[in-house]
Design a protein around this ligand. Structure first.
Ligand code: MTE
Ligand code: MO
Length: 322
């Protein structure tokens, strides 16, 4: 399906609700809860790892907040004057620079994939190439980026243990050899309508920054490369993404991916992504914590089996809602 005219957030939300089994209940809950509910959570001060209302709220009422945040609520957006320089945090799967021309996006679970010119019988056979500059050695930051602005961020953490590095181990959802699908280039993604969004990025560790994102809506990507239906006619409930080497991996509910503010990002602050911010493609989902926002996406797979998820394995919430 060709997407020429960008859709409004409201149109994407409406389409998303239609394609959701819980659609009707969600609309009602969203209307009842309203935006005040959302603000309260966004404005709350962090208490240790997470804002405290989040914990209490989810204990008390996980189902309602889940429906409201994922499928109904829009995250607040900000004027350009508020944009900050996004820090770098989390380098799992980014230890070596990827050679840009070797990047492909593997897409698996698409309806009738052989009709696309990008079809290949085995996406796992694709070989990514890496640069010789090592980003991380052993357990400690040793990277000295060419860009002095990045250098200062690393000086802060030099010699400190790189928490979480490879702790979760390999993914259970990595594709077996011989999986057919598409191999897209970045040019294929640029054919979708461009979106810009200025939102607050929140890491579960307690920091947040306002960042400017450029890219395409995940909802538009799904419309252009739609998932194959399950044998019973329903649509797959999940999306799985991983870095090219499979070191970092994230599972999403389909509703999160259809949210109008969930973007496949190619630019931050009007400039192409740097390697450490996830070049050439990362995810931004302003209704989710940072750990669900995977950098350097190598694979997008539609699936009806709940995918493995790096930080969920280490005890963090799968849903990761704000
Ligand atoms: N590939 C990859 N993506 C990742 C991570 C990571 O370690 N590896 N960390 C996540 C976490 S916890 C955060 S807070 C954000 C940080 O994004 P930034 O470095 O662009 O600020 O990336 C997320 N995506
Ligand atoms: Mo994070």
């Amino acid at each position: 399906m060709a997407l020429k005219t960008p859709r409004s957030d409201a149109e994407v939300l409406a389409a998303s609700r239609q394609s959701t089994r819980r659609g009707f209940a969600v609309a009602a809950l969203g209307a009842a809860a309203g935006f005040g509910f959302c603000r309260w959570v966004f404005d709350s001060p962090p208490d240790g790892m997470q804002p405290w209302p989040k914990r209490r709220l989810f204990q008390a009422n996980a189902k309602i907040s889940q429906a409201v945040f994922e499928e109904r609520a829009l995250a607040p957006t900000y004027p350009r004057s508020r944009v900050e320089q996004l820090r770098i945090n989390g380098l799992i799967g980014l230890k070596h620079a990827i050679a840009p021309e070797s990047w492909r996006l593997q897409v698996v679970g698409v309806a009738e994939p052989a009709r696309f010119p990008q079809y290949v019988p085995d996406v796992t056979a694709w070989e990514y190439a890496y640069g010789s500059d090592t980003v991380i050695e052993g357990d400690h930051f040793t990277y000295q980026p060419a860009d002095p602005a990045l250098n200062s961020m690393f000086r802060e953490r030099a010699g400190k243990p790189n928490r979480g590095l490879d702790e979760a181990g390999p993914s259970r959802s990595t594709l077996p050899a011989g999986t057919p699908g598409l191999l897209l280039t970045i040019t294929d993604l640029f054919k979708l309508p461009k979106q810009e969004l200025i939102t607050e990025f929140k890491c579960v560790e307690g920091w947040s920054q306002i960042a400017q994102w450029g890219g395409v809506r995940m909802a538009d990507f799904i419309a252009a490369y739609p998932p194959a239906r399950n044998p019973d006619g329903t649509l797959p409930r999940y999306v799985y993404m991983e870095t090219p080497n499979g070191d970092y991996y994230v599972g999403y509910d389909m509703a999160v991916c259809r949210h109008p503010q969930t973007l496949l990002v190619t630019e931050i602050a009007g400039k192409p992504l740097t390697q450490l911010h996830g070049a050439p493609l990362r995810l931004h989902a302003p209704t989710k914590y940072g750990y669900k926002q995977i950098k350097r996406i190598g694979l997008i797979a539609y699936t009806d089996t709940k995918p493995d998820d790096y930080w969920t394995k280490l005890g963090y919430d799968w849903y990761a809602g704000l």
